[in-house]
Design a protein around this ligand. Structure first.
Ligand SMILES: Nc1nc2c(ncn2[C@@H]2O[C@H](COP(=O)(O)OP(=O)(O)OP(=O)(O)O)[C@@H](O)[C@H]2O)c(=O)[nH]1
Ligand SMILES: [Mg+2]
Length: 325
């Protein structure tokens, strides 16, 4: 994505380029006319093409998944972003319009004074036009920076999301099943960042997402923004692994953990949830759940087999579907 300039910077860029232009002519008026025409064309074109480039630089929009859309909405507000991009588009078209009008006027001008007046008038009107969208330019620049942080998560790759209370071993599990070290993406709605790992089976790539601070508390206790961010995961998660720590060394009792599980089941209805007991090296309780130790690796192969089987079965078709905004 290009650097997005504010209105003053953009105008400076255009006028600076235009100021360097000097044309030749068969007499003074002709020389001034040709120079003014060229200056007006260059200044207008720079403004118009840069604004169009900024709008186009939001490539994700033509193939934005629901997950990304919801994240953008949480972080920036979709309507606000649409409005600002619309303003840039509008200004881009207006600049060309204005350019055309003044080129016509200059062509008809009779003397150097008139040519010079028209040129200045065009600069003035172009300036106030671009100044009008300064707030939009600043917002789009801000949006660009925010969105640059997002692409770590690829919504088109089959994804398993790991949930559970703090300290139950989520990060340890993500690390254990990822081929490389999981990356931490600094998503603005969680202070801890979201951990993203990958694993490859055959020629297929899968994604595993750690959710510290997100899926570790009852959703009923969340504020609106948090909830919206959490529920964005609905569009990302093909399968959820809910990690339980029956050793309770995490500091959370079984009762609370099972209550959180119920809350997640309710809020993520429709997404298959695998209930797993971790820390089998410390304790194994009587239950039908699969038992693993993310620390020693015990049971991990079976779990991975189950995850892959379920991902292959439940892979959402809509995840890769484009949504135009
Ligand atoms: N004994 C044992 N310890 C484990 C196991 N898995 C994780 N731990 C330990 O439990 C602690 C917490 O593990 P993490 O993976 O950081 O837990 P988490 O769920 O990611 O915690 P948050 O990021 O705070 O939500 C660490 O000290 C791990 O070493 C396990 O299978 N057995
Ligand atoms: Mg963690």
């Amino acid at each position: 994505m290009p650097t997005i300039l504010c209105s003053k910077e953009l105008l400076d860029k255009a006028f600076k380029k235009a100021s360097k232009i000097q044309k030749k002519g068969f007499d003074n008026v002709d020389k001034n006319k040709k120079t003014a025409i060229s200056k007006i064309s260059v200044a207008g074109d720079i403004i118009s093409s840069n604004l169009a480039k900024y709008v186009k630089a939001f490539p994700s929009f033509s193939k934005t998944s629901q997950f990304e859309m919801e994240l953008i909405d949480v972080i920036l507000g979709i309507d606000k972003l649409k409005k600002s991009l619309g303003a840039l588009n509008w200004c881009s078209a207006k600049a060309l319009e204005l350019e055309k009008v003044y080129l016509g006027k200059v062509k008809k001008a009779q003397n150097s004074e008139e040519i010079s007046r028209l040129r200045r008038e065009f600069y003035g009107r172009l300036s106030s036009l671009v100044d009008q969208i300064d707030q939009d330019l600043k917002f789009v620049a801000f949006a660009r920076d925010k969105l640059k942080e997002l692409p770590e998560i690829d919504p088109t790759v089959p994804t398993v999301v790991i949930a559970g209370f703090p300290n139950v071993g989520k990060s340890q599990l993500v690390e254990r099943i990822s081929t490389a070290r999981p990356k931490i993406a600094p998503y603005p709605f969680t202070t801890q960042g979201i951990g993203i790992g990958h694993f490859v089976v055959g020629r297929k790539r899968y994604q595993v997402v750690d959710t510290p601070g997100l899926l570790d508390r009852k959703l009923e206790e969340r504020n609106k923004i948090e909830l919206q961010a959490i529920l964005a995961l609905k569009h990302l998660a093909d399968v959820i692994v809910f990690l339980i720590d029956p050793s309770e060394t995490s500091g959370y009792g079984m009762k609370d953990q099972l209550a959180l599980l119920e809350s997640i089941k309710t809020n993520f209805a429709g997404i298959p949830i695998i209930e797993i007991e971790n820390k089998s090296d410390i304790v194994k309780i009587e239950s039908p759940r699969m038992k693993i130790s993310a620390l020693t690796g015990d049971g991990i192969d079976d779990l991975l087999g189950l995850i892959i089987e379920m991902l292959d079965r439940t892979r959402k078709a809509n995840n890769s579907e484009p949504i135009a905004i």
